[in-house]
Design a protein around this ligand. Sequence first.
Ligand code: FAD
Length: 384
Amino acid sequence: MSVRHAEIVGAGLAGLTAAAALCARGWTVRVHERAAEMRAVGSGLSIFENGLRVLKAIGAEEDAIRQARRGLERETRDAQGRTTSNVRYATRMYEVTREQVLAALANAAERAGAEIVTSSEVVSVDKRGAITLATGATIKADLVIAADGVHSRMRDRLGVPCHRKWLADGAIRIMIPRTPAEVASPDGAKNIEYWSGHRRVLVAACSETELYVALTTLDRDYAAKSIPIDKGLWKASFPCLEGLIDRLDGDARWDRFQVVKLPHWSRGRVAILGDAAHAMAPNLGQGGACAMMNALGLAVALDEESNVPDALNLWERRERPLTDHTQRLSTFYSALTTWPGLARSAAFALIARSSWLRAQYLRTALCTPTGTVEPVGLKSRQPG
Ligand SMILES: Cc1cc2nc3c(=O)[nH]c(=O)nc-3n(C[C@H](O)[C@H](O)[C@H](O)COP(=O)(O)OP(=O)(O)OC[C@H]3O[C@@H](n4cnc5c(N)ncnc54)[C@H](O)[C@@H]3O)c2cc1C
């Protein structure tokens, strides 16, 4: 078979993983990124065993987790700092800066032979396998991947209907330096989520020097979601975090959580990948991992089935059930934030006690992504 070529729109977790995985299977690949540089939103990313397996399969794991923090426990605390639950992670989990993961993926893709072009905006896509750039140039390809994120314009250009559900909550994300006391504290090994009514603060170290803080609240909580951060308001909600909240300076950004669902993940020779196809609330820390799993799964399906539209159908049949399951659970968790405190605590206690519920919760993190064991076949993934 002659060498096949892919054009990818978007150098995020999805597009870069697909680039590395396709190049490793003999494709030529060009990735278009409209930004002048691949600079990520300053935030941490939890990557569980499933995501780590994908990173390893494309040769990016070592770079992605170098000097990152291995998370051992997840704890919830009340506004006074009293522990309300503590769970040891059932899989490996690393908390990493988003920037480091993107750099690791870009390096892996380029090592495998991909070309990454920045300041290259794609304005249109054709289901017969072509993209048009902002410069007016049209480029044909055997496969086009629309990995242009939750607000995907390529998805709209293809005419794929998008069902978007805005969730009640969202988060302000910010990175700050760690203090020596934080580095020395045993809390540094944990991801800790503090709760006060519908507001919560996630504190998670990404390395010896960097601390990721996410302030989550309801979208209608206008004062709490404002930027610059209203420190007085957050300190009143979380008296035990006064010192930390005082240090929340620098680039911060609010994002309301949303769920994107499409009737199909492809049209003709175009695959829709990552948040463009299946954005979800970040409550399970699996949105990016699903993007990476599905990117690798896509390359594997294209290896197994030479007809591109048939391969895209095979891919969706195989990968979609787990992504749908993950979206459902993360949406449910978001719904819990709107419940009264007592009902919410009862729900968390039930989840902790019920082995069935815990298995549902852990299913994505514990799965073996397509392409991370050989041989790969339709049976490698349990249907959802
Ligand atoms: C608050 C929050 C916390 C999260 N925490 C986690 C976590 O802990 N773990 C986890 O796994 N996931 C997490 N996620 C989810 C994760 O961030 C996303 O699922 C992931 O970034 C999606 O990657 P993507 O490549 O699909 O899209 P994106 O990262 O959005 O990348 C899309 C890229 O396409 C480019 N682009 C867009 N349009 C064009 C165009 N027309 N031409 C060229 N380029 C274009 C954009 O500039 C961008 O670089 C979180 C999300 C949020 C909101």
